[in-house]
Design a binder for this molecule. Structure first.
Ligand SMILES: [Zn+2]
Length: 440
């Protein structure tokens, strides 16, 4: 009877709305429980990811499966040294390693329902190389559905994931995991040449005129003196695809560019070894200059601003109080309040700016330190390797050869931690990259 009364009292649309609200609210509650479980590091998956087994403790945290974990370590090591995902997939297939999906169904004791050639591919490798679980972190709340009505899954922004560090035994150490993430973020994807190798500078060079990548090009020659020989050059990709009407070749011999880069790295390393403090200051100045900000003492200004803001707070509440008590005439207090709140607003915005630039300065010194340590690590290097290039170089800009015979050729090397990474690695000249090209 009560239901009937309610039905009479509530028009149809109210009931519908109530039902919708109830469903949405329940969905929110379930999500809240899931988030809370995730925060406690509880694991509910029936099968652990490749390289792990589900633990037999109450929270079912994964434990390292020493049968397949060595392959995970191999994948991370290969990637850290510059191997590409397809190369790693090839190595796994050559060793007959079980694929992640076959691994899952094997553990479930069921046949794999998906059509599969039982071979690793680049995407499977990338999944493993990007998963924080391999450094012992629990990651959850990575996926979400559109709403309680639409169950289509999508990946949330990584800052919304719940990541609990050191939740269980890692398969690779943090240092290696971080190094691999850095390689994953490089503007070079590590394209393999026809002869099956990745050249040290492959994918790291851009054409200064059209912004396209430089690609390697092998040509075969024969002279009486040298006999048969091959030359590897880098040329602008636009030129290679569309010809000289669109861009010039920007051709540079692999041997020459590698020599130049090696020389530059060795010279920098030498300077660091001879005068580390001087070089540290020099790089800090470069970074400060890059941001085009004055080198004022932001901490002092910020302190002053914070004191004044505290003062303003007191003044404003006092003014209100006096107005309430009738000690201040209405129009005068309104004027005063307007003035003080305007000052408060302006100063708060300014203080935020200073805070940001102070944080930036702290980041700068951390970055410079990392760069210096890496230069020191590679100070004895004899030849350019892929690993070295990925550790030190963000990208390189190659300018066209000058028409004047013997004129120097311009090459800009942008180093990691000193220069900003490209926002979009597809083309150097995209507006979001805001790289200042020094036209020669
Ligand atoms: Zn070009």
């Amino acid at each position: 009877m009560e239901g009937a009364v309610q039905k009479i009292l509530c028009p149809f649309w109210t009931l519908t709305l109530f039902n919708e609200w109830h469903a949405a609210n329940t969905s929110k509650k379930i999500r809240a429980v899931m988030v809370s479980n995730a925060k406690q590091g509880k694991c509910h998956a029936p099968v652990a990811p490749f390289g792990y087994l589900v633990g037999d403790t109450e929270d079912r945290l994964p434990v390292v499966d020493e049968t397949d974990a060595p392959y995970v370590r191999m994948m991370y090591k290969m990637r850290s040294e510059g191997a590409s995902s397809p190369q790693i997939a090839k190595a796994l297939n050559a060793q007959g390693v079980i694929t992640p999906s076959d691994y899952t169904y094997k553990r479930l004791g069921k046949p794999n329902p998906y059509i599969s050639n039982h071979l690793w591919n680049a995407a499977m490798v990338r999944d493993i190389l990007e998963n924080p679980i391999y450094k012992g972190s629990v990651v959850s709340q990575k996926y979400t559905t559109v709403s309680y009505k639409n169950h289509k899954k999508y990946i949330k922004d990584s800052d919304e994931w719940i990541v609990i560090e050191d939740a269980f035994e890692p398969i690779v150490d943090k240092e290696l995991w971080d190094k691999v993430q850095e390689v994953n973020k490089s503007c070079s994807h590590g394209k393999v040449t026809k002869s099956g190798v990745i050249l040290p500078l492959g994918g790291l060079m851009y054409c200064a005129d059209c912004g396209a990548k430089l690609k390697n090009n092998t040509t075969f020659h024969e002279t009486k003196k040298r006999g048969k020989y091959k030359l590897v050059t880098y040329i602008c990709n636009t030129y290679a695809n569309h010809g000289k009407e669109v861009c010039s070749s920007h051709s540079i011999l692999q041997r020459i560019i590698e020599g130049l880069v090696l020389e530059d790295i060795r010279a920098r390393a030498k300077r660091v070894i001879e005068d580390e403090d001087g070089e540290r200051q020099r790089y800090m100045a470069i970074k400060a200059n890059e941001r085009k900000q004055q080198t004022e003492d932001k901490s002092r200004l910020l302190k002053q601003a914070e004191n004044r803001l505290a003062e303003l707070n007191t003044i404003i509440s006092k003014t209100y109080e006096e107005r309430m008590l009738g000690k201040l005439p209405e129009d005068l207090s309104a004027k005063m309040l307007e003035k003080y709140t305007a000052e408060q607003k302006e100063l708060t915005a300014q203080a935020e700016q200073w805070k940001k630039s102070r944080l930036q300065a702290e980041q700068d010194s951390e970055d410079v330190e990392k760069f210096i340590q890496r230069l020191k690590k590679w100070s004895d290097v004899e030849c350019l390797t892929r690993e070295l290039c990925l550790e030190l170089i963000e990208f390189i800009v190659v300018y066209a050869r000058s028409e004047e015979y013997g004129a120097p050729r311009k090459i800009d090397i942008y180093y990691k931690f000193i220069s900003k990474p490209l926002a979009d690695s597809r083309n150097l000249l995209l507006p979001q990259n805001s790289v200042e090209i020094h036209q020669s």
